[in-house]
Design a protein around this ligand. Structure first.
Ligand SMILES: C[S@@+](CC[C@H](N)C(=O)[O-])C[C@H]1O[C@@H](n2cnc3c(N)ncnc32)[C@H](O)[C@@H]1O
Length: 422
């Protein structure tokens, strides 16, 4: 059994061992992230079958058994959705903007679609019904309802959340959207070309590459850390200090403004002056868009971009304590990382990603009504608000009762929604 396997052999072996498709890139990922050791032999990468078996055995000692043991045999394991990859739980428009506290679309599908199983012995909704989600959040219920041919009303107290949900479910003129994106990208790139950040960033990356290759070799560093041979935190902090003078020298040389003069608003505090200038520039251009639907979705792209450019570390799960304006030891990537100095890369990535996701969803959508109202679901007049916003949906509501509610209420005390959406 103590054989050495190539990546391809390992993927084949693991696929038959766990009865699920394990691709060569899954195996490379395990090596890259130090889960299993790379053994180099004659220039090809090999890994130990014993180590691979140990890894997958741990993985297989089933979470299902573990939870059934804790919670009882009648646990509906189908609701763990553990077979889904992240790309599936964030499929198409569900990934158009980050939102903390989403439920996954598969969960909504399970309850909204009309299949039955051992646990779900009756169906709750059918195509043509109306579902209400009084805590709509980022609109997951509305999107899945649209896929299933069900009408949906969402309510959320936060205008921004309704905006996310309504933007996900809206229909777009994709050509107009592409044109506006291209227009803004071009002038944004021109705007940035005149700034000293490009050269600075290039130089900084070169220095970081040299430093990281020397002090955080891939994948040995992560593997040794996992094995407990290196104390990542202590070592990382030491190296972080070592790199800092190189960073500071470049900041001075290129005259980089790490902070803004004002410190009042979120945008003042969490962005370098350079990023702020780009955000303001892009925003002014978005204001010129005439097609309202296009303008909304481009605003959402900018918002997603802005969120990714906050002066914080890669490992920060949006706790946002103090802005990080220097290079730092990144526990997520196991090396020294840097803050961002321009929004262009994320703007372009998200622009392209958004168009693709809208196109995918457009093929799945049905001709039904979905709309999220902004307001307090305890007191809102759903009929009045729907009438104000969507006359056709309103006339349907006059004839047809809401069939049921499907929702996930706010996680009180766990997520500070105001801070999240600052
Ligand atoms: C757990 S989240 C819902 C997430 C949603 N299921 C999704 O997939 O995105 C709860 C939502 O309830 C909203 N909320 C809290 N109190 C509310 C109220 N009184 N009326 C309407 N919405 C409210 C919050 O703004 C938050 O977006």
């Amino acid at each position: 059994m103590n054989e050495l396997l190539t990546i391809k052999e390992a993927s084949e072996w693991a696929s038959s061992y766990i009865g699920k498709n394990v691709t060569p890139s899954n195996i490379s990922y395990l090596i890259q992230y130090g889960r299993i050791r790379k053994i180099g032999k004659n220039g090809t990468t090999q890994i130990s079958q014993v180590e691979l078996a140990n890894y997958y055995t741990k993985f297989l000692t089933s979470r299902e058994d573990y939870f059934k043991d804790k919670l009882g045999e009648d646990l509906n394991w189908a609701l763990s959705f553990e077979q889904y990859k992240e790309a599936e739980t964030t499929k198409h428009v569900h990934r158009l903007h980050p939102y903390k506290g989403k439920f996954i679309p598969q969960l909504v599908e399970y309850f909204l679609d009309n299949h039955k199983d051992k646990f779900k012995t009756e169906t709750y909704f059918n195509a043509g019904d109306i579902v209400l989600d009084p805590f709509s959040g980022s609109g997951t219920t509305m999107i899945q309802a649209c896929e299933l041919g069900i009408h949906a009303i969402g309510i959320d107290v936060s205008a921004f959340n309704s905006f996310i949900g309504n933007s996900k479910v809206a229909k777009y003129d994709i050509e107009d959207l592409k044109n506006e994106i291209n227009r803004i990208t071009k002038i944004l790139e021109n705007f940035v070309r005149n700034s000293n950040t490009i050269e600075f960033d290039k130089k900084l990356l070169q220095e970081l590459n040299l430093f990281n290759t020397q002090h955080f070799p891939v994948p040995e560093y992560k593997y040794n850390m996992r094995k407990g041979e290196i104390d990542g935190k202590q070592y990382g902090e030491k190296k972080e200090k070592e790199f800092l003078p190189i960073y500071e020298k470049l900041v001075k040389l290129y005259n980089i403004n790490l902070k803004q003069d004002n410190n009042e608003t979120f945008l003042d505090k969490w962005y370098s002056q350079h990023i702020r200038n780009e955000i303001d520039f892009a925003f002014e251009e978005i204001k010129k868009i005439r097609n309202i639907a296009t303008k909304n979705i481009v605003s959402l792209i900018l918002s997603r971009t802005i969120r990714s450019c906050r002066a914080t570390t890669h490992a920060d799960l949006a706790t946002l304590l103090e802005p990080v304006t220097t290079t730092y030891y990144c526990s997520k990537h196991g090396k020294i990382c840097k803050p961002l100095f321009s929004i262009v890369k994320w703007w372009k990535t998200y622009s392209k990603d958004t168009v693709t996701r809208l196109q995918v969803f457009d093929k799945l959508r049905t001709d039904t009504f979905q709309f999220c109202i902004t307001g307090d679901s305890r007191t809102i007049d759903i009929f009045k608000e729907t009438k104000r916003n969507n006359a056709d949906f309103s006339s349907l509501l006059e004839k047809q009762k809401i069939k049921g509610i499907f929702s996930s209420p706010p996680y009180v005390g766990l997520i500070d929604y105001h801070e999240q959406h600052a």
